[in-house]
Design a protein around this ligand. Structure first.
Ligand code: P1T
Length: 386
């Protein structure tokens, strides 16, 4: 029955059944490290909470369901989920990654996994030929983030998937910005979907969780082995909070998209703003791909105030009062960030500027408040530049 549910029902019911013990409608928080056994190996399906926990299990089923996958895995953070994917690889293997991506993903690739013998190529993936140029016999993984953090570039998942399949390369897509409400990478041919569930899936800025979803059983088994062997699992309390967040994902995303559009168009028309990055603009270089693979354009926007310096951008984010100046995104409350000094500070200046992350760039995660309050807040903060 559940298989046929539509997305807006799957967020609430996907993979969920009343709890076996007492029929609790909401999955209980099984706050336990271990489970009693009658005789060695004779237990009720769970033995130790790193290997499996009923609350996490319910979450993993929900994640698989909303991403149209077969297997979900929940980790202690988004980066722990990415770490698990990279552990599928061996020294000498090569990875092609988008050059515009979350700074922490870049840091994990460059500062940790390069030392273990993996080789990374960072390319602008808006143009697929940049990927083909780097493919060789050692390429094992293509890492896509779309829309990208923070430049809002859009990468054609179906086209990358075709290329990956032709060359027998795994394709992983970081779906954090879009969420499955807007974009379903497995349906477009990706092998692995990854989330910083800390963001929109959780939706309330009260947890840090990562997720992977796949369809292939063998790949799921390998990732489960890594999850259990390395141990960066999502705890029961966070699993519960995330399950609770997912139940309203579709409702929140609808409002994030509506408010996002209003703020993007407000900034675009503002005399103190030089450039706005948002995939919903007809002028966005890959707007046609966003239209094809996303059902709407989301609530993430980056912009550059006119003629602004590093200090000007910092001043604007300091002056915001309804937007909170903070790392992270995807919560019900609006957040503003300065990528050059915050989320993308771990990328060398020359490298980040190549992908457009300049000193004056400001990133907004548009929340679900009244859009008029958000506009008034931006108006007063931008007035400090004149
Ligand atoms: O923070 P964590 O849950 O470990 O997720 C890392 C991560 C992975 N992928 C994307 C696209 C992300 O945006 C993030 C985390 N990003 C922020 C904290 C940020 O403010 O951009």
């Amino acid at each position: 029955m559940k298989k046929t549910l539509r997305f807006n029902s799957k967020t609430i019911h996907g993979g969920q059944e009343p709890d076996k013990a007492y029929g609790a409608v909401m999955p209980p928080i099984y706050q336990t490290s271990t489970f009693a056994q009658k005789s060695p190996g004779d237990h009720k399906g769970f033995e130790y909470s790193r290997s499996g926990n009923p609350t996490r299990h319910a979450l993993e089923k929900s994640l698989a369901s909303i991403e149209n996958g077969s297997f979900g895995l929940a980790f202690a953070s988004g980066l722990a989920a990415i770490d698990a994917v990279l552990k599928l690889l061996k020294p000498g293997d090569e990875i092609i990654s988008t050059n515009d991506l979350y700074g922490g993903s870049y840091r994990l690739f460059k500062k940790i996994f390069e030392d273990f013998g993996l080789r990374f190529h960072f390319v602008g993936m808006q143009d697929i030929s940049h990927i083909s140029e780097k493919i060789n016999g050692k390429t094992r993984l293509i890492w896509v983030e779309t829309p990208t953090n923070p430049m809002m570039n859009v990468i054609d998942i179906a086209a990358v998937s075709k290329l990956a399949k032709e060359n027998n390369i795994l394709l992983a897509v970081d779906n954090t910005f879009a969420t499955p409400y807007l974009q379903q990478p497995l349906d477009l041919g990706a092998d692995i979907v990854m989330h910083s569930a800390t963001k929109y899936l959780g939706g309330h800025s009260d947890l840090v969780v990562g997720a992977l979803v796949v369809r292939d059983k063998e790949l799921a088994d390998r990732l489960y082995f890594i999850q259990n062997a390395s141990g960066a699992v999502c705890g029961p309390m966070d699993s519960y909070l995330l399950l609770r967040g997912i139940k309203t994902l579709h409702v929140r995303m609808q409002r994030h998209c509506e408010n996002g559009e209003q703020i993007a168009r407000f900034l675009q028309a503002h005399p103190a703003v030089e450039k706005v990055f948002w995939p919903g603009f007809e002028s966005h270089p890959n707007h046609h791909i966003a239209r094809k693979q996303m059902s709407d354009f989301g609530g993430m926007i980056s912009f550059v105030p006119k003629g602004a310096t590093y200090e000007d951008a910092v001043k604007v984010v300091e002056e915001l009062k309804v937007f909170t100046l903070a790392e992270s995104l995807g919560g019900v409350e609006s957040l503003a960030g300065h990528p050059a000094s915050m989320t993308h500070a771990s990328i060398p200046k020359a490298e980040r500027e190549k992908s457009g992350v300049t000193d004056a760039l400001i990133r907004l995660s548009v929340g679900i408040e009244d859009a008029e309050d958000l506009k008034e807040d931006l108006e007063q903060a931008l007035s400090y530049l004149s």
